[in-house]
Design a protein around this ligand. Structure first.
Ligand code: HEM
Ligand code: HEM
Length: 226
């Protein structure tokens, strides 16, 4: 049927998810620079870290109540999906590729997990010179030192590797598969077939995102002053 083959721009990434990604990118760069500078820059490192904490909390909540394609349920990777994506042909039809592909979905979960681990270990870190994390008094000295070691030697490397692979993957899609994933992360839209489910991105939904973001910031503020 003609209707089945015709396509239109469909909202896939709602504005809150796109803004979250911008925050993530800017904060990550600021955290890597300030963390490596150390010394006085650590005050800023902690502030950026708290903002990252609030952003990750926001994204987790948004994974349940956000626009359709931002919800975890729409991109839960299963071995079956992964196998199908990697080893069977999936023609680049308009119906394909609305949300995350299974590898992209795995990488979202990996980012959320390792960013959370980096934040948690930062909060209880102690660099034994000038900086102690705001929650380090809640844990033993040896746990605090192990957390600092993880933060500086393990988590940092895993995250830098994930970001490098992420950017290479996006460029691979752009240049080798002729599939521009960057534009939809900016404009929100992909051209897909008419009956594709779209993400709700109206003003009520955006207001809800704002309320959740403010609540997450408030919660982080409360947690770090325990
Ligand atoms: C996702 C969030 C974070 C990222 C990506 C991140 C990244 C980094 C990096 C790259 C370093 C430099 C490691 C090195 O010296 O080689 C660092 C150091 C450090 N970070 Fe974070 N960090 C994050 C969150 C936090 C938070 C929330 C805190 C505490 C409030 C924190 C506290 C520290 C401390 C104490 C150091 C050690 C600095 C030193 O000894 O020179 N970080 N972090
Ligand atoms: C300039 C550098 C970057 C570019 C060009 C970029 C590009 C993209 C694109 C195109 C997507 C959508 C992927 C898809 O459609 O399958 C995406 C998603 C994502 N990226 Fe990036 N990215 C960058 C930096 C980063 C950094 C630094 C991080 C983490 C620290 C990151 C974490 C993520 C996450 C978690 C998602 C999923 C978004 C969500 O649903 O919340 N990205 N990125």
């Amino acid at each position: 049927m003609n209707n089945h083959t015709s396509s239109r721009p469909a909202r896939i990434w709602d504005l809150p998810t796109r803004l979250f990604h911008v925050f993530l990118t800017v904060l990550f760069a600021a955290l890597v620079v300030s963390g490596n500078l150390g010394g006085n820059a650590l005050d800023w490192h902690a502030r950026f870290g708290f903002a990252m904490f609030a952003s990750i909390l926001f994204r987790v909540v948004w994974g349940f109540v956000g626009g359709y394609w931002s919800r975890f349920l729409t991109f839960t990777p299963s071995p079956k999906n992964l196998w199908r994506y990697l080893f069977t042909s999936h023609p680049n039809s308009a119906s394909h590729g609305a949300g995350y592909n299974p590898i992209g979905a795995l990488s979202v979960y990996a980012f959320l997990f390792f960013l959370a681990a980096q934040i948690a270990t930062g909060l209880i870190a102690d660099d034994e010179i000038a900086f102690t994390g705001p929650l380090s008094h809640l844990v033993s000295n040896s746990l605090s030192l192990s957390a600092t070691w993880y933060h500086k030697e393990v988590g940092k490397k895993i995250l830098l590797l994930l970001v490098a692979v992420h950017i290479v993957a996006v460029l691979f899609h752009l240049y080798c598969k002729k599939n521009n994933l960057i534009r939809p992360m900016i404009t929100g839209d992909k051209v897909l077939q008419m009956d594709t489910t779209v993400s709700n991105d109206g003003w009520r939904q955006r207001l809800l995102a704002l309320i959740i973001a403010v609540a997450c910031a408030g919660l982080v503020r409360m947690l770090i002053s325990i």
